[in-house]
Ligand binder design. Structure first.
Ligand code: IVH
Length: 666
């Protein structure tokens, strides 16, 4: 068989097994056999890149390219649904529809999945684009990430699908995956995701699609849009879409009376607790598409659909006391300590009170009976006080503390922020430990073998008081400590030494300057040759850097105006950390396109779009999705669309060819 045919056959086979496994839950071959077929395909694709196919099953594995997302407009805006909370309101909806239509109608009842919505476009049976909701008008193009989700077909089956259509649905992280992920993050002392919804949307915005691939997201599809849909009924179209390879919820039902709708609602109100993914309600949709059209939309939502939201589970219990936690940034969080109470299958003893304003708003007193809700968050929250349950003796009013419970410093509250902070950044124990933990974390210095517990132990024993002390540790210092053999001790010391190779941008991130996340750290590292230049920079100079405004600039200035921080940086320099740009870094980046907004359009001969995007960014430019008067120029390949050409001409935006562009940046 010729190679091309072999590759195509493997692709078709893998698409089929993927569907059997992930959508039908009925695998026909073992995981091992699947992996072997996949490896065979990957091997052939690597050897014969001329047969590249962007929808090959191998694309599900993801790539390591680091990309920001391009914003694209939605062809049909992504609206929301109006919410209802009672059977009466459902009846109102039903009557409203009947009055407007003046004829019989059916209702399609669906679960309201609590994930992050996605709009998928298929052209000639192939997934061409996946866009997040964004602001409803435009969203982020996350196609490469979405391709890693196994329940989303890259290539459709059968031949009844329209040549062009959109399908919308919800991307979800199953509870089990969510819990595992958080356990993992806890062990690495990374911030936890509050709920599977945040985890799913956070994952989808990952710039590294192989991380997305590892997170095992799932997707249910529930809304088809296009001109030539096969049926006139929404439900019938969903069943057809299931044949094309989409995962459609088995719960979906078509009802022809209000009573049937209520049965569905009452059943799922209870049964939803047994589902593998989070749901927060039920969606009712008029089934007939013509009737939908007649009913139309308000500015925000369709008149033909409504969401019924499940009541969040709630329990009543007594507030025993309020304690305060100090985090890495010095932010102080009040925590309600409760008389233990059962809530959705777990015992709740503590709940977040968020900040001083919330406490004040609740007019909280010790001994109050309080309502605790879970509402999809892992940390339950206090949502109200049962004032009637207060007896003659009202407990002491809860007042937010004025001094840090860890170090005694007077707390401060920055303008515009709800949180109180302990300002004693360099000597408050949880802040010091937090800073060290941040410093060693994966995205910062990535020191293997060191975790929060070990840091805590070293700190308690007085072995380290700051990040620079890590570089003084010897195997002799730490071997023989609690659960620390010679081997582990050696690994830790090796990990510490190895971290001296971490590039400038990550060292800047590792310093833990407030508001300086990974992206800002990168921009800083590209703008300064070394840390001394950074220390000397004034607000104006900092604000000239992309992504840095007054707040971040001020925070950087504050950080370096603190003598202990400057001494620390000197010590880190002394032990050999890369607090400077290397030749290699400098070669990788230039500012040839600094301050320029560039649109990429058309098909290119020399490089892929992604490669051009990377080149733009490495040269200090910004890739933007749509043409505006602020666009500096359009990098245009073949077949740039007529609408774009017209817009460019109208706004007088320059069009640059591939060759011209390459000449500029070479
Ligand atoms: S239909 C024009 N169906 O709920 C209406 N939405 O508040 C299009 N959602 O943004 C949405 N399950 O993210 C629809 N079965 C379902 C849904 C559902 C969850 C989400 C979706 C949407 C939001 C609307």
């Amino acid at each position: 068989m010729i190679v091309k045919d072999k590759i195509e056959e493997l692709r078709a086979t893998l698409h089929r097994h993927n569907y059997n496994y992930y959508v039908l839950n009925a695998p026909e071959i073992s995981d091992k056999e699947f992996d072997m077929l996949m490896h065979e395909l990957q091997r052939l694709e690597e050897e014969y890149p001329e047969f590249y196919d962007e929808n090959s099953p191998s694309m599900r594995v993801g790539s390591d390219l680091n990309k920001d997302f391009v914003q694209v407009p939605h062809k049909y805006p992504m609206l929301s649904l109006s919410n209802t909370y009672s059977e009466e309101e459902i009846t109102d909806f039903y009557n409203r529809v009947y009055k407007a239509l003046n004829e019989e109608f059916e209702i399609c009842c669906e679960l309201k999945y609590d994930g992050t919505s996605i709009s998928l476009t298929y052209e000639n049976g192939k997934l061409v684009r996946a866009v997040t909701r964004g602001d409803g008008e435009k969203g982020d193009d996350v196609t490469n990430n979405v391709k890693t989700i196994r329940t989303i077909p890259l290539v459709l089956s059968g031949d009844t699908y329209p040549s062009l259509f959109e399908i919308r649905g919800e991307i979800l992280m199953p509870w089990t995956v969510f819990e595992e992920l958080n356990k993992d993050r806890e062990a690495r002392e990374e911030p936890l995701f509050a709920n599977p919804r945040n985890a799913a949307s956070g994952t989808l915005k990952q710039q590294n699609s192989s991380i997305v691939a590892s997170r095992k997201l799932d997707a249910y599809l529930y809304y088809l849009l296009g001109d030539n849909l096969p049926y006139n009924g929404h439900y019938e179209n969903l069943l057809e879409a299931e044949k094309w390879g989409f995962k459609i919820s088995k719960a979906t039902r078509k009802c022809s009376s209000l009573e049937e709708v209520f049965q569905f609602v009452r059943y799922w109100d209870i049964e939803r607790k047994n589902l593998p993914v989070a749901t927060d309600g039920i969606v009712l949709k008029v089934n007939n598409l013509l009737q939908q059209k007649n009913l139309g939309f308000t500015a925000k939502s369709p008149r033909w659909a409504i969401a019924y939201k499940f009541q969040a589970e709630r329990a009543l219990t007594r507030l025993e006391k309020v304690t305060y936690q100090v985090g890495r940034t010095g932010a102080v969080t009040p925590v309600a300590n409760l008389e233990p109470v059962q809530l959705s299958g777990t015992t709740v003893k503590r709940a977040s009170l968020h900040n001083a304003d919330i406490i004040e708003g609740l007019d909280l007193h010790i001994g109050d009976m309080v309502y605790v809700e879970k509402g999809g968050e892992i940390i339950p929250k206090i949502t109200g006080v049962d004032v009637d349950a207060r007896g003659f003796m009202l407990g002491e009013k809860v007042r937010f503390i004025t001094h840090c419970p860890e170090c005694g410093s007077k707390l401060v509250r920055y303008e515009g922020e709800a949180a109180h902070y302990c300002p004693n950044e360099t000597a408050c124990p949880p802040q010091i430990k937090g800073k060290i933990e941040h410093f060693i974390s994966r995205k910062a210095m990535n020191i293997d073998g060191l975790g929060p517990e070990t840091v805590d132990m070293f700190y308690r024993l007085g072995l380290i008081k700051n990040t620079a002390d890590l570089y003084q540790l010897t195997v002799d210092d730490i071997k023989g400590l609690d659960r620390m053999g010679v081997k582990s001790a050696e690994n830790i010391v090796k990990g510490i030494i190895r971290s001296k190779e971490v590039p400038f941008e990550r060292v800047v991130f590792a310093l833990g300057i407030r508001f300086v996340g990974e992206t800002v750290a990168k921009k800083i590292a590209r703008s300064f040759a070394n840390v001394d230049e950074l220390v000397q920079a004034d607000v104006e100079k900092l604000k000239n850097i992309d992504e840095i405004g007054e707040k971040i600039a001020q925070s950087i200035i504050n950080f370096f105006s603190n003598t202990s921080n400057r001494e620390l940086v000197e010590r880190l320099k002394g032990v050999g950390l890369q607090l400077y740009r290397t030749e290699e870094d400098a070669e990788k980046y230039s500012d040839k396109l600094a301050g320029q907004s560039i649109v990429i359009s058309g098909v290119f001969a020399h490089h892929s779009r992604d490669e051009y995007k990377e080149m733009i960014e490495k040269n200090g430019g910004k890739n933007v999705g749509s043409i505006s008067s602020k666009t500096s120029f359009i990098l245009a390949g073949e077949n740039m669309g007529p609408a774009k050409l017209e817009k460019a001409a109208k706004l007088g935006v320059k069009i640059m060819t591939e060759d011209e562009f390459l000449a500029i940046i070479s």
